[in-house]
Design a protein around this ligand. Sequence first.
Ligand code: CO
Length: 210
Amino acid sequence: MKSYEKILLENKAWARESLLNDPEFFLKMLDTQKPEFLWIGCSDSRVPAETITGMHPGEIFVHRNIANLVVHNDFNLLSVLDYAVEVLHVKHIIVCGHYGCGGVKAALNHHNMGIINKWLRHIKDVYRIHQDELEQITDEETKVNQLVEFNVREQVMNLAKTSIVQKAWKYEQRPHLHGWVYSLSNGILKSIFDMPPGTEIDTIYQYDDL
Ligand code: CO
């Protein structure tokens, strides 16, 4: 059997099992979704949002890209963010990185990776901000993991710089922004940074006429 055929078979088994556990499972799914969380994670296949958080269909709105970046002119991310905040009214946004992230590792080297250079450049910018601290770390793995944490923190701050988040903070005291890092070696999520609604941000990024 071809690998993709196995996926289709597994799907049928899952649908059958879901119905056995709850005959109304798919009926419930026909209602509009009302997730409380937006997850912005890495595309890495080892960090599946629903699996590691025990979430079920309908509970978490997900956006994933290489190294969980929040890039302010990425229309894909911005559309997801706008929809999650304005329409779904999510209460929490989680930016989740992971130790040993391939995207972060790639940003630390000097290979020309073509179009991917453009994406990794955002991580190199995070490196530059924390250059003094990072260059004191001699162990390569430790350096990658420290940059993973700095990157998550920076991406959470990027969310707070958007008019979408600032407007929701001002009028609805939500969403709460969270920065987490997942460990591939033990499966545990660690909270490393958070910004509750109303957290002060650098003045230059504040909009005063929302
Ligand atoms: Co990654």
